[in-house]
Design a protein around this ligand. Structure first.
Ligand SMILES: *Cc1c(COP(=O)(O)O)cnc(C)c1O
Length: 484
């Protein structure tokens, strides 16, 4: 058996800072006072706040220990993939920290912010090249906000034609934000089922498309990791009825430099810079969900837009049909810097990223399909989706298996999503995992599948070797224990 990364070792228990404190301990020293003491104002002189007294080393160890309770993509394979956190090259962080960028204030006069504006202008151009679309706004702060911008533009488009439509078609494999964005914009989301191959059929879309259809939201590759092969035909059906095609491009990891959205018939597409284009975003960190459109929709993009006049970059609000402003100032600039750096440092290799992401996902799929049920046995894109059907006989669930995976030193993959697969296990290895690491992961999953048959009790109690054992997840969320 191979040597798995494992999870034993020096993981310390750690009390709260208040429990650790010793009266009189101090983590800093001030220079000797050279003025007479003065009495505090009455309102400042009340009870001192209850801060713990700690030395510098107490504090350093406390936070370092807490950081070791966490798993991270810098520690090991993270099969949640680009959707949550692919490996983000450190050079991008370094460039985002250049003082001229990091210290730039959004109210700087444009004459002295030309570099920042140029970066945004060029990033927009890069994204048009990557999607095949014509114009971009970098303003949305997340994928969901990009979707909302898209829905508002669809609404503005129909309004400009004097029509008012009521429905948006959303497949059953969609990310939950899709129907939510449509509803937030006042549309009724109309569900369309994917076929037994896991993708949309033109017939199913035609059956729900009519003159009330404002548009369709398609995720491609979809959340089963499958390419919507009928997208061009579906786009034609929706366009013939006067609707628009919105593509959820949150996960571009499989298609960069390979797929041209405009040629597929897409009118609007958002991208998640914080997924595919290299920004760590765990725990709701900063995001950026640029929205890209065809020429005919460019006039509806959010303002301000970045324009180039006489060799100078500027912000322009001169777009009377714009849906308006979506974000304070211009969006999350730090995320844009990282995406810009990522795209430039990768260059034509971006296509290679997608090729490797697809290769890695298919490798995992082929190697694991003997031990895990694969509902759609066809080539996948950046991720593959299994289920726990084979383990049901032993009364072992998806949750049991992925908890046990932690004992082998791997973060659990996404589970119970997409909803169309019962007991789903979605694995997205990403492009940066080496064959050695993928093989370790595969072996670990195979070992878990064997244990499901031979020692199911071990799985039901898993994780057994981690600091925190199996939790009742509802109680853990409702009554969190914050003291470790
Ligand atoms: C992550 C994701 C979203 C939402 O993006 P946020 O930035 O979290 O708002 C939408 N669609 C898909 C397919 C996604 O994976």
């Amino acid at each position: 058996m191979r040597e798995f990364p494992g999870t034993t070792g020096l993981v310390f228990n750690e009390p709260l800072l208040w429990e650790k404190a010793k009266k009189g301990r101090c983590g800093m020293s001030l220079p000797r006072r050279d003025v007479d003491p003065a009495p505090l104002d009455d309102d400042l002189a009340g009870d001192a706040p209850d801060f713990p007294d700690l030395s510098e080393v107490d504090v350093v160890r406390h936070y370092t220990r807490l950081s070791q309770w966490n798993f991270a993509v810098d520690l090991g394979m993270y099969p949640l993939g680009s959707c949550t956190m692919k490996y983000n090259p450190k050079i991008n962080e370094k460039l985002a920290a250049i003082p001229g960028f990091a210290g730039a204030h959004p109210l700087l006069p444009v004459e002295i912010a030309q570099g920042a504006l140029r970066l945004m202008f060029e990033l927009e151009r890069f994204l048009t090249e990557i999607t095949g679309l014509d114009a971009v706004s970098l303003q949305p702060a997340a994928g969901a906000q990009g979707e909302l911008a898209g829905m508002l533009m669809i609404h503005a488009f129909h309004k400009s034609k004097g029509s008012h439509r009521t429905k948006i078609i959303v497949p059953d494999t969609a990310h939950g934000t899709n129907p939510a964005s449509a509803a937030l914009c006042g549309y009724v989301p109309v569900k369309v089922r994917s076929n037994d191959q896991g993708i949309l059929s033109p017939e199913a879309v035609a059956a729900v498309t009519d003159e009330e259809t404002a548009g369709i939201m398609i995720t491609n590759p979809n959340t089963l990791g499958l390419f919507e092969e009928n997208i061009s035909q579906i786009a034609r059906i929706v366009h013939e009825k006067g609707g628009l095609v919105y593509c959820d491009g949150a996960n571009m990891n499989a298609v960069m430099g390979i797929v041209d959205a405009k040629k597929m018939g897409v009118d609007i597409q958002h991208l998640n810079l914080h997924k595919t284009f290299s920004t760590p975003h765990g725990a709701g960190g900063p995001g950026s969900g640029p929205v890209c459109v065809t020429e005919q929709l460019a006039r509806f993009l959010p303002v301000p837009r970045i324009v180039q006049r006489n060799g100078q970059y500027a912000f322009s609000e001169e777009y009377p049909e714009s849906i308006g402003k979506l974000h304070a100032f211009y969006g999350n600039f730090g995320v844009m810097i990282k995406a810009y750096s990522y795209i430039l440092t990768m260059g034509p290799q971006l296509k290679r990223v997608s090729e490797l992401a697809v290769l890695n996902a298919n490798y995992v799929k082929e190697k694991l399909k003997s031990v895990l049920h694969l509902p759609h046995d066809r080539p996948c894109m950046h991720e593959c989706v299994f289920s726990d059907r084979f383990q049901k006989d032993h009364k072992i669930t998806t949750l049991d298996m992925v908890k046990r995976l932690m004992d082998y030193g791997f973060h659990p993959p996404t589970i119970y999503f997409p909803l169309v697969v019962e007991g789903a296990i979605m694995i997205e290895p990403t492009e940066t995992e080496s064959k050695e690491d993928l093989d370790l992961f595969i072996d670990a999953f195979k070992a878990v599948a064997k244990e499901a048959e031979q020692a199911p009790e071990l799985l039901r109690q898993a994780p057994g070797r981690c600091k925190v054992k199996r939790l009742d997840e509802t109680s853990a969320a409702r009554h969190p224990c914050l003291s470790g």
